[in-house]
Design a protein around this ligand. Structure first.
Ligand code: NAD
Length: 359
């Protein structure tokens, strides 16, 4: 039987394909933009300038200072640039860091955004903005930060190093995994989630083997889009909260942390969500979802242990404490000892272990 559910789709126009960057000027005109500011990181400044040149009179300048975690000081600098250049819209070309800056500017000024993602982070599909000020992170959820238009161009992802594609791809899979057992899950998002996991799990090993494989890059970007929709539409649970806590407390890299923790979070929740784990296993072509995700990360040569990305062993207890003190919804209640075991396994890089659910 299909239970009751609420489904709310978020407004956004998506252009997907190869060579779709060429549609940027028309898309800016479509929402009435006349003077666009291109946003990007210092590492992608050259691509940003090339895009600007292709926009002709619709381009007013570039701000190439986007960085991780959307610090408000950077947003303030970008606001000054916007004002000086009299920009009336932004074009964000890059990964989640650049998308975050575009969202922060839209929140403050109401400008329209054309977003052109070049990683699989998925932020362009979410009404969520995380910002940092004096090292503290705040998160807002409002449709005001949603881009008007998103252009996915597979050509732009070919330069994403295969190792980054692997962890960014598993970060995306994590959104879909948690969507399948979200409290507010619904059949439409679950379809997208399973398809998103399938597309990425198929594509990522091919990208590692042949980084220039356009078909695989295209599948991965398609999967990342679907997984981004999942993140933007339904609530997340233990895995995302744990990664947030670990990343914030020990300053760990975002996508690699997700890659390491995901199999363990799935093993923890598995006994309570058999339908979801069956769908995950089917999507990755494994007999067990948690072990299958661990094996996938290993095939991608990704790091498997939190100790290898900078977490101290002494942090295991602290992380377990933090994970259970900030109460949040999860399909399986948060059990202090089992959560500690989960983190200890992720720290050492051992295979995921199903723990007995407390009665
Ligand atoms: P990123 O945007 O920081 O990019 C990492 C590096 O890779 C940057 O130097 C970037 O310039 C470079 N890069 C990006 N695409 C490239 C390409 N195709 N070729 C070569 N280099 C490329 O990393 P990310 O993982 O995409 O984003 C992480 C950030 O996004 C975090 O701050 C995270 O919190 C945020 N995020 C937010 C949401 C949300 O819904 N608000 C969702 C996911 C992630």
């Amino acid at each position: 039987m299909i239970g009751s559910f609420t489904f709310e789709s978020l407004p956004c126009r998506v252009i997907f394909g190869s060579g779709t960057l060429g549609a940027a000027a028309d898309e800016i005109k479509r929402f009435g933009g006349k003077r666009s500011l291109v946003l990007t990181t210092p590492q992608q400044e050259a691509e940003g300038r090339r895009l600007g040149a292709s926009l002709g009179s619709l381009f007013t300048g570039i701000f190439a200072g986007a960085t991780m975690h959307t610090p408000v000081e950077i947003t303030d600098q970008a606001l000054i640039a916007m004002k000086e250049l009299d920009a009336d819209c932004v074009v964000s070309l890059g990964g989640g860091s650049t998308t975050g800056l575009g969202k922060a500017l839209a929140l403050r000024t109401g400008v329209n955004q054309l977003c052109i993602p070049t990683t699989y982070a998925g932020s362009e599909m979410t009404p969520i903005l995380g910002e940092t000020k004096d090292g503290l992170k705040t998160t807002v959820r409002t449709n005001d930060v949603l881009p008007e238009t998103v252009i996915y161009d597979v050509d732009l992802t070919l330069s994403l190093p295969a190792s980054l594609a692997a962890t960014s791809g598993i970060n995306a899979i994590a959104h879909a995994v948690e969507a399948l057992y979200a409290r507010d899950r619904n059949p439409v998002v679950s379809l997208m989630a399973e398809e998103g996991i399938r597309a990425l799990a198929d594509a990522l090993p091919s990208i590692i083997a042949t980084p220039g494989d356009r078909e695989a890059r295209s599948q991965a970007l398609y999967g990342a889009w679907l997984c981004g929709v999942c993140l933007g539409t339904v609530g997340m649970a233990l895995h995302h909260k744990l990664c947030h806590t670990l990343g914030g407390t020990f300053d760990l890299p975002h996508a690699e942390t997700h890659t390491i923790v995901l199999p363990h979070a799935v093993a923890y929740n598995a006994p309570l969500v058999p339908d979801a784990v069956a769908r995950i296993a089917r999507a990755i072509g494994a007999s067990d979802a948690a072990q299958g995700l661990y094996d996938l990360a290993r095939r991608l040569n990704a790091k498997l242990a939190l100790r290898d990305i900078g977490m101290p062993e002494s942090g295991i207890d602290k992380a377990a404490e933090l994970a259970v003190t900030n109460a949040y919804w999860n399909p399986r209640p948060l059990e202090r000892n089992a959560i500690r075991d989960l983190i200890a396994h992720a720290w050492s890089g051992a295979a995921p272990v199903a723990t007995k659910v407390a009665s």
